[in-house]
Structure formats: structure tokens, C-alpha cells
Ligand binder design. Sequence first.
Ligand code: PDD
Length: 287
Amino acid sequence: MTRIVYVNGRYVPYADAAVHVEDRGFQFADAIYEVCEVRDGSLIDEARHMARLERSLAELQIRRPMTAAALGHVMRQVIRRNRVRDGLVYLQVSRGAAPRDFSFPGPDVPPTVVCLAQSISAAHRDLKALSGIAVKSMPDIRWQRRDIKTVMLLPACLAKEAARKDGAREAWFVDAEGFVTEGASSNAWIIDQGGAVITRQLGLDILPGVTRATLLDVLAEEKMQLIERPFLLSEAYAAREAFITSATQTVMPVVRIDGRPVGDGRPGPVAAKLRQKFHHFAAISSA
Ligand code: PDD
């Protein structure tokens, strides 16, 4: 349970944690965020998450609220004050609160910073990975700058809710040409019948996942064949294995797509191996 939340310089009880009704994150989704895994009391891949946060801020011309080191301090305080050993830490920066106006407010308006942490059982996550998850494909109706980690997540919420109603844990977005872009909150991967690991190349269509970046290091070290290109939904149906990556799920096998089994319908050996290797390659810093 979350007990203490950081809001604009103060650590406040969960029930009292609030931002202004005219916060631009609330009114315009004018905000960016990061989700970082906490594992065994450590932060996973903090530097990569901080680098992406800085890039998101720069792309949207939101002032950096504090240094990466200061943000790191806030994250650690929130993790400690909530006694999170395994789970996640969430950091959001909005353009701040100002009378509603589409144009940006002046330089006197400080960004809003919120940070909270949540415990998630590591055993529960590992158990889930043993059975794998189902995904449902959905048209990708998001905007054209999916490389920026904004809180504008309504299409992802709609897709995940539709997936849930179909008994699936994740939605895979598909572009107008039939190519999978990514998951609603994860990157999408397949392994073809020849054993090549395929994932869409970085660009404006997908989020540059931190887990994705670290997994590329694993693949290079293991000398596994990687192809960065868009793959069709039909290729995913015919794949030997499929999986998703995200900070909260690391490598999670996909065993069904739109109700069709992937391979033999059970988590594949490559996804299991990559999941097992992942934390040997991720950067681990004490929280
Ligand atoms: N989501 N693509 C999208 C659209 C995402 O929202 C995420 C992460 C990823 C994977 O990125 P990373 O490996 O850096 O977590 C890809 C987070 C976990 C969330 O919104 O909860």
C-alpha cells in the first residue's frame, strides 16, 4: 500500500496527496512520466530512465524541475518511506498549474513533480511469467509522437480495457499497414521459426523502452540474431515465441494472440532465458 507521496517538495500522506485543479497534467495531459522497477531494494536502470525523462522534457519544452541526482534522491526517499522492496517507483512532471490556456504559461510557473512507489510481489510476477499472458490486437489510434513518454494514455486505457474484457492482459497496437507497433504499456517482440528475435526499430511510432535497450545488450552478449524491423500481425500469429518488455514486467512471455496459441501455447525457452538473464545486464543502484 502506498503511504507517502512526494508532491512539489513535500512528502505527504497518500490521502492528502493532491495537485491543483488547473494543473496542466490534469487539464491537457501536458506531462511526462517514468516508471522504474524496484527489485530487491534496488533501482533498476535508473540512468536510462533519467536520460529518457530528460529527453521527454526537452521534446515538450517542459523545464527540468531539478537535477537527475535530486530526482534520484526523491525516488529513494519515496521508496524508503513506503518500505518498497519489490515493486515500482512512478515519477511524473507536468508543465505546472496555471489558469486554463492552451498556450504555455510563463517562466514563473514551476513544473509539478509527483513521485510515488508501490509494492508488487516479485514471486507473483515470476509466477505469471511461468504461465505467460494473452494479448489482443487493436488499431493504433494514438498520436504521432509515441517516442515521448507522456501521460496522454487514454488510447492505452481503452485498449487494455478491451483486452481485459477478452481475457487478455495486454493489447498490441497495429498500424494501418497491419504492422504491430508496440503494446499498450510495453514493447512487442516475436521470435520467428528461424530463431531470429524481431522487434520494431526505434522511431516516432514507439516508446524507446528502457527494458528494450537493456535486452538488446543481452542479445548482443549472447550473440543472438536480432532484427529491428516492423513485423506483421500475421507474422506474430505464426511466430515460434512472442513476448513483451516493460519496467514492471521485464520479459513476459505471450502465449496467445487474439485467441490463437503462439507456438505450442506455452512460454517459450528463449523468452524464459532472456527473462532470467535480464537482471544480470540491467544497471542496479541501491535505493
Ligand atoms: N510503460 N511502450 C509503452 C507504450 C509503454 O507505456 C512502456 C512502459 C513501454 C516499455 O518501456 P520500459 O521498458 O521503459 O518500461 C513501451 C510503463 C511501464 C507504464 O506505463 O506503466
